[in-house]
Design a protein around this ligand. Sequence first.
Ligand code: UD1
Length: 419
Amino acid sequence: MSKYIIQGGNALEGSIPVKGAKNSVLPLLAASILTQEPILLQNCPHIADVENMMRILRELGCRTHWQGDSIFVDASDVTNGEIPSALAGELRSSIFLLGALLSRLKWAKVAYPGGCDIGMRPIDIHLRGLRELGVQIKEEAGYLLCEVASDARTADIVLDLPSVGATENLMMASVFCKGKTVLRNCAKEPEIVDLQDFLNAMGASVRGAGGSVIVIEGVDELHGTVHTPIPDRIVAGTYLIGAAMCGGNLTLERVRAEHIASLLAKLSKTACKITTGNGKINLISKGRLNSLDWIETTFYPGFPTDLQTQVLTMQTIARGTCVIVENIFETRFRPVGELRKMGADITVRDKVAVVRGVESLHAANVTAADLRGGASLVLAAMAAHGKSEVREIRHIDRGYEDMSVLLRTVGVDIQRKDE
Ligand code: UD1
C-alpha cells in the first residue's frame, strides 16, 4: 500500500508543466487501432490508466511502447477483438475500444467496464447507439459480444444524454460506415474535439465536434499520424485549486485556459488573482479565500464533475458557506467523511453538499477511495496544520503523473512511501 506523507502549511511557488489529458490519451489510444500504420502520441502522462490501456492494446495484438514522453502504437497485427476481464476491470476506458474494434475487426468481446467507482456509470447510451449502427450485441456472463451485422448502416442518432464516452465510441464506430452518420446531443468536451482532430489527421471526415451535432462521412481507410493530445485541464485545475488554498504564486505551463474557464471564473471570485496567456495560467493567492455561493456540476462548458471534490475541499477553509450540487455522478461526495476527520464542516443530502468554511483544517490520516477524491485529500493535507497521511494513493496514480515530485518542486512538503 503506497501513501503520501504531507506536512501542511507551505505556499506553492513556481511552475508546473502540464502533460496531455488522460481523458484524451485514452480514447486516442483506442482510435490508434483504426489504422495499420504507426501512430505517435506526444507529451503523454506516465499514469496507471494509460499503462493499462497500453497493456490492453498489446492483448489485442498491437505493438506499443514509450519513446520518452511519446507513445508509439503499431496496430498492423490486430486480430484479437477480446479484452480479457482482468484488464478491462481495471479501466473503464476499455469500453471505448468497443467502437474502434467494431470498425477494425467487425467484432468485439468486451468485459463490462470497471474504472473509477463513482456511481452507476451505465453504458446504455453506448449500446443503443451501436445497435442503431447495425451492431448486434448480446450480453453473456459479464461480457458483451458484439458483431457488425451484414446490413450495417449509417444512422441519425440522438444521444439520450451528452455522454462523453458514448460520443467518442460512436465517432470511432462510424468512421468506416459508408455514407453519412449524424450524432446529435453530443458531448462538447474539448477531448471530443481532440478526438475529431486526431481522426481527421488520420484521414477521417468528421466535423462538428465541440457543438452538439457531429457528422461523420465514412472513409475506406485511415493512415498513421503524429499527434499531441490537449493538456489535462483537470490536472491543471487541481494544482490551481491547491495554490488557491495554500497561498502562493503558481504558474501552469502548456495549458489551455479556455478549457477551464468555468473554474477560473469561480476562482477569480475567491480573492485569487489569475492571469492567462501564451499557454500559461498564473494564480496568486494571499490569505483566506472568500467562499463561493453555489457550484453545480454539469456538461461542458459548465463546471466539470472531475473538479467538484477539489473545489469542495477548497470551500472547507473559505470564509462563508457554499452549496455544491453534483448532477453527473452520484457518489462523488465520498471523500466528505475523510475531510470531516480533518475538521471540515460539510453536510450532504443526496446530490447536494453544504460546506461551511472553517478557520483551518487539521492533519489526519485519510484514505483515498477514487481518483479525484484522492487528489482532493492531498489538497486538504497540503493546507492543513500538521502532518497527514493520504493512503491508497494507487487511485491517484491512475490520473496524476509524479504528483509528489511535481508538488515538491513548487514547495510542498510531500513524501511518497511505497510499501
Ligand atoms: C468521462 C470522463 C470522466 C468524466 C465524465 C463526465 C473519460 C475517460 N472519463 O466519463 O472523467 O467524469 O466523462 O465529464 O473521458 N450515462 C448514462 N448512460 C451511458 C453513459 C453515460 O446514463 O451510456 C450518464 C452517466 O451516468 C453520467 C453522465 O451520463 O451521469 C455522463 O457520463 P459520461 O459523459 O458518459 O462519462 P464517461 O464518458 O464515463
